[in-house]
Ligand binder design. Structure first.
Ligand code: GDP
Ligand code: GDP
Length: 466
C-alpha cells in the first residue's frame, strides 16, 4: 500500500511546481491519457526511495477563481480527507499571509500528518519566511525549492518522520527493485559519484545543537561559545524573538547553532524559566549535524543522558560529549579516564565518541570541544572509495570470513559506500537474511577502525548479490 499526499496551500506558493517535481511532467501526461485505469486525479510520485501518490488539486483553483472562497475550502477539505499525508506549502520568499493561516487551520483540524514545505527557499530573504513558518504550529518547516529541485533529501526524511518508516515504505518494500533496495534503507546523503575524490566542504556552515538535561549547563555553554553580545543584538532582541538558529563563527569556521529562545532567555536573566522540552530536543537533533551533549560531570550518565545520545545516533547525527563543570572536579585525571571508559561501554553504537572536559563558566576546554566537533563533522562526512573498501574486504575475507550457516558458507561479493552524513555502506552478499547480526557488527567495527571513523553512526545494509 502506498500512501497519498495532498499538496495544500494558498494560490501561488508553488503547489503545481512541487507537484510536477514529484510526479515528473511526463509521468503526469502519461497518466492522463485515456485508457489508463488509474484514478486520473491521483498521480504516481517518487521522492528518492519513497513511492507514493499525489492528489492532483490543479482543478481546484480554477473552481475557486470562478466561485466562492468557500468552494475552494471545500475542495481542499476533500483532498485532505483523501490524503494520508499533507504537504502544507508556503512561500518562504513572500512570508506568511493571512490565507496561509486559514489553510493551516483546516489542515490542523484534519488531524492528518503534515509536513510544512517552505518553498522558494532558494530565494533571497527566504530565511525570514522560514522562521515565520514555525508560527503555523504545524512543525518544522522544510526548506525546499520546487523550481530548482533543492531540499528534496530533507523532504524525504520529513515524510518518513511524519509517517513512520513502516508506513512510508509500505508493506512491499521487499518487492522494490533489489538493486537499489539495500542502499535505500540507509539514511544520509546519497553519494552521486562513488569514485570521485573524497572532499570535505568546510565553507558551508556546520549545523550544531546543544542538548542535555536541565541544569547540565547548556545555556552557559552556548553563551560561552558565542558570547552574550552576539546573542543580544538589541535590548529585546534575544528575549522576545523565538528563532531557530544563530550564525556565528569559531576561528573562521562558520557555524549555525540551533537555539531555543528559552535557553538564551534563561541564561541571560539567570532564572529557571523553562526547561528544554522533549519536542525541542528532537527538533534540535534533527536540525543539527553534530549534537553537543552537555553532561554535568558531577552527576554524569543518568538514564536521560543515554536516551538522548541513543536518539542522536538513531537519527544518524553525530554526538560529541561535553563533561561540564569540570572546575568542580577534584581528581580530574582519574575521573576523565573513568568517564571515557564509561562512554565507550555505555554507548557502543558510536564507538570512539569524542568526550571533552569543559568548564563553561571559566571557558576552559571550549577550544578542545570545538576541535572535537569539527573533527567529528569531518568523520561524519567521510567517504571511502570503492577500491579501498574492496581491498579492505579482501583482508577481512582472508582473516575473518563470514560463518557458514546450515552448512553453507555465506559469501560477500563486494562493498560500496552509498551514503555519507552518516557513512552508510552496502554489502553485497549471498544470503542477506542469513547473515548474523554479530558479523554485521564486526564489519561495522572493522570499517570504523580501518578507515578511521570514530564516534559517528555507521550504517550497513545487506543486499543480495544474486
Ligand atoms: P500554485 O499556485 O501554488 O500551484 O503555484 P505555482 O506552482 O503555479 O507557482 C507560482 C509561482 O511561483 C510560479 O511563478 C513559479 O515559477 C514560482 N515558483 C514555484 N516554485 C518556486 C521556487 O522554488 N522558487 C521560486 N523562486 N519560485 C518558485
Ligand atoms: P541548562 O539548564 O542546561 O541550560 O543549565 P544552565 O546553563 O542554566 O546552568 C545550570 C547551573 O549550572 C547554573 O547555576 C550555572 O551557573 C551552573 N554552571 C554551568 N556551567 C558551569 C560550569 O562550568 N561550572 C560550574 N561550577 N557551574 C556551572
Amino acid at each position: 500500500m502506498t500512501f497519498k499526499v495532498a499538496i495544500i496551500g494558498r494560490p501561488n506558493v508553488g503547489k503545481s511546481t512541487l507537484f510536477n517535481r514529484l510526479v515528473g511532467r511526463k509521468l503526469a501526461l502519461v497518466d492522463d491519457t485515456p485508457g489508463v485505469t488509474r484514478d486520473r486525479r491521483v498521480h504516481a510520485a517518487k521522492l528518492y526511495d519513497l513511492h507514493f501518490d499525489v492528489i492532483d488539486t490543479a482543478g481546484f483553483e480554477d473552481a475557486a477563481a470562478s466561485t466562492l472562497p468557500g468552494r475552494m475550502r471545500a475542495q481542499t477539505e476533500i483532498a485532505i480527507r483523501e490524503a494520508d499525508l499533507i504537504f502544507f506549502t508556503i512561500d518562504a520568499k513572500s512570508g506568511l499571509m493571512p490565507d496561509d493561516k486559514t489553510f493551516a487551520e483546516i489542515v490542523r483540524k484534519s488531524g492528518k500528518p503534515v509536513v510544512v514545505v517552505a518553498n522558494k527557499a532558494e530565494a533571497r530573504g527566504a530565511q525570514g519566511g522560514m522562521l515565520e513558518a514555525w508560527e503555523l504550529g504545524l512543525g518544522e518547516p522544510i526548506p525546499v525549492s520546487a523550481e530548482h529541485g533543492q531540499g528534496l533529501p530533507d523532504l524525504r526524511d520529513a515524510v518518513i518522520a511524519a509517517l513512520g518508516e513502516a508506513r512510508a515504505f509500505g508493506e512491499e518494500e521487499g518487492d522494490a527493485d533489489e538493486e537499489t533496495a539495500a542502499s535505500e534503507v540507509l539514511i544520509g546523503e546519497d553519494i552521486t559519484d562513488p569514485d570521485a575524490e573524497p572532499s570535505y566542504d568546510d565553507t558551508k556552515p556546520m549545523r550544531i545543537a546543544v542538548v542535555g538535561r536541565p541544569n547540565a549547563g547548556k545555556s552557559t555553554v552556548i553563551n560561552a561559545l558565542i558570547g552574550e553580545e552576539r546573542l543580544l543584538t538589541g535590548p529585546e532582541a534575544g528575549i522576545t524573538r523565538d528563532s531557530i538558529s544563530v550564525d556565528w563563527d569559531w576561528h573562521g569556521r562558520r557555524l549555525k547553532l540551533f537555539d531555543t529562545a528559552g535557553m538564551r532567555r534563561k541564561a541571560r536573566i539567570h532564572e529557571k524559566l523553562e526547561v528544554m522540552s522533549v519536542q525541542d530536543g528532537l527538533r534540535a537533533i534533527r536540525f543539527a549535524e553534530i549534537v553537543i551533549i552537555v553532561l554535568d560531570a558531577t552527576i554524569p550518565f543518568e538514564k536521560q543522558d543515554l536516551q538522548i545520545a541513543d536518539l542522536i545516533i538513531r537519527e544518524g547525527r553525530a554526538p560529541v560529549i561535553a563533561f561540564n563543570k569540570w572546575d568542580m572536579i577534584d581528581h580530574p585525571q582519574e575521573l576523565l579516564a573513568e568517564l571515557r571508559e564509561k562512554t565507550e561501554r555505555l554507548l557502543p553504537q558510536a564507538r570512539g565518541m569524542q568526550a571533552v572536559p569543559v568548564s563553561a563558566e571559566t571557558g576552559r576546554g571550549l577550544d578542545k570541544l570545538m576541535d572535537a566537533v569539527i573533527k567529528t563533522h569531518r568523520v561524519w562526512n567521510s567517504r571511502v572509495s570503492t577500491g579501498k573498501l574492496n581491498r579492505w574486504l579482501e583482508g577481512i575475507l582472508a582473516h575473518h570470513p563470514p560463518p557458514a550457516v546450515a552448512g553453507r558458507r555465506l559469501k560477500i561479493k563486494y562493498v560500496t559506500q552509498a551514503k555519507t552524513r552518516p557513512p552508510g555502506f552496502v554489502v553485497s552478499c549471498s544470503r542477506p537474511d542469513a547473515m548474523p547480526q554479530s558479523y554485521v557488527r564486526y564489519l561495522s567495527n572493522s570499517l570504523r577502525e580501518a578507515f578511521d571513523m570514530p564516534g559517528v553512526p555507521i550504517r550497513i545494509a545487506l543486499r543480495t548479490s544474486e
